[in-house]
Design a protein around this ligand. Sequence first.
Ligand SMILES: [Zn+2]
Length: 472
Amino acid sequence: MPKRFVNNYLRTILISTALLNGTQTLAHEYRVSIDDDLERLEVEARFDTKVTSVRARSQSADRYVHDIRDCETNDRLRTNGRRLQLPDDGIRCLRYEVDLLDAARDERRNSALVDSNVVVSPAAWFWRPPLRGDDEITVRFTNTDSINVSVPWLPVDGEPNTYRLTASPESARAPAVFGDFDYVERDIDGATLRITLLKPYGRLGRDSIVDWVVQTAGSINLAADRFPNPSPTVVVVPVGRSSWSDSPVPFGRVIRDGGETIELFINQDRPIGDFYDDWTATHEFSHLMLPYVRSRHRWVSEGFATYYQNVLLARAGQYTQQRAWQRLYEGFERGRGSRPEMSPNDAASKRRGTMKIYWSGAAIALMADVELRRRSNGEQTLDSVLRELASCCLPSERSWSGPELFETLDRYVDEPLFMPLYRRYANSPGFPDYRATFDELGVRVSNGRVALEDRGTGAALRKSITGVPAGR
Ligand SMILES: [Zn+2]
């Protein structure tokens, strides 16, 4: 069949399926302009069809929005909390203004930034209809000659300052940034990192921050081969010395909100060398090897990222072998002491016992990795299973449950392994007993100190996990 004919044929099937299901894929268009003083946004939305529901995600969004109108009739519209009050038959066109200055004052990310860099989450200013299935919104920023824009959405090829937003888990509120910040793109295997660097840089040079981000993100490929998201956004936010931590990266997170954003809060007054020794960024990038896991099974995503942060820092040569296993041991012991009366699912659901959540999941990740390597003589590993997951399902635009993820991982191995671990530990109080696994790896512990056997099958197995790969 000629290709064009096949395409038309397929399209007919797709369209008929959509009609049969009572769904139609919608494509809405937004134009956003920012004034030069970064005080105001003007937004105009043209909807694919009449929409009857438009809302913002933040509770406070209605305080910043002004002069909301149906642009076909010029009628004024009102808000009702986070919703717009719309006529019963809906609207096709919407126009409104946003007091950016006011919204920025309420945004904690701005606390240490220079005045010419403004962060305001789209949650506070982006009023939109719900997105179902493959619905999408294209957002074009105009008058961006003097103002840079960074948003969590995917850039549209060949159309500058234009982005595409699709359905996503909305796990937190991604940042949108306006002003004279630096934006750079860097390629690593499998991805173009889109890096937004907010000012001030303190004692750090721009290039040294970029190098650190690139090298840390690249270390994921020591497990993944190819970076699991082809176009992630990285936003580096200077916050100075934080009151809760004197680490160079006091806080980081991954936000799944119209694309995947890795947000790194840094102390710009620390020397760059200290950043390579900090685990936060490695932990955050490791999260991208899994999809977003619902919060009641959060120990799965936090546990895997915690396991990999130590494994990858060892493979990259940043941690000595001794240090990596000592840290794993100390973490497991902190986990064991945290909320022993709760199961991992309990702790995650009730948001209690951070150490329990992070380290019980890490212990289960280690057990799975060792079991896989032993069973398959090193043919299969946690890395290889996650690579299969990535080629099937990542980046994912929806939320996964823990069991759904574990069932999927079991499809890539000869005999189920992940669901049996889930059934054994997810709803059991106490802490996974990792001692037999340590024995198997030649990791001995006495008086709180880890000693590594240098020879034997255990040492070989252990080195296959944390050893620096040949050629590095
Ligand atoms: Zn995490």
